[in-house]
Design a protein around this ligand. Sequence first.
Ligand code: PGA
Length: 245
Amino acid sequence: MRIIVENNYDEMSRTAAGIVADEVRRKPDCVLGLATGSTPLGMYRELIAMYQREELDFSGIKTFNLDEYFTLPPDHPQSYHYFMFENFFNHINVPKEQIHLPQGTATDIQKACQEYEKAIAQAGGIDLLVLGIGENGHIGFNEPAERLQVGTHLADLTEETVRVNSRFFPSLPKVPRQAVTMGLGTILKARRILLLANGLRKAPAIKETVSGFITTKCPASLLQVHPDMTLILDREAASLLKNQI
Ligand code: PGA
């Protein structure tokens, strides 16, 4: 596991965007795994700016998002579909048919999850997967638990995650309690993983992620077994790491 510590959020975002941009230039038809949330917003802004300066061409890439809220339709302002189009896809030249997100409204969720896995495999697997991390160590919506699921599945959100994510909703009861998410197997099969984290609130989860032990109580700690894993942190998120850097 490589750990890069930047001075602040903007530098973290620029470094992450630089790595994604290098991948798109190296392999114009690469498959990107993408995350939502506050953390990657700066990285998306940087990538959009590179596209506008005509430094990057996204026309050949395919994308697969990590997760989507169960029951929210794609045009719902709090859905992850909506987030991704608003904050990234509408501003670059990736064709719509090359964009994939889990379906939160599928009538047969299990079948939709299997089809999502199949679509990733048919695309040749994920070349580069960008992750955020929850304060409780979750990745995607793989929450701390006794057992973790391997493939894309319908997951229950913890009370803590519902509370943390309620900042994006008009009120707590409006936050969905379930989500469709890639599983740990889907995530670990990506050829390369970048995990971004900023802010003091993420520091304990980052410490647990790199502690040297893996535990399903901190799903991100399983990333330690991945052969090409990079953490990009700001100083605050890295503040509880000592010997690891
Ligand atoms: P955040 O969410 O980027 O909004 O902090 C990350 C996550 O919960 O995975």
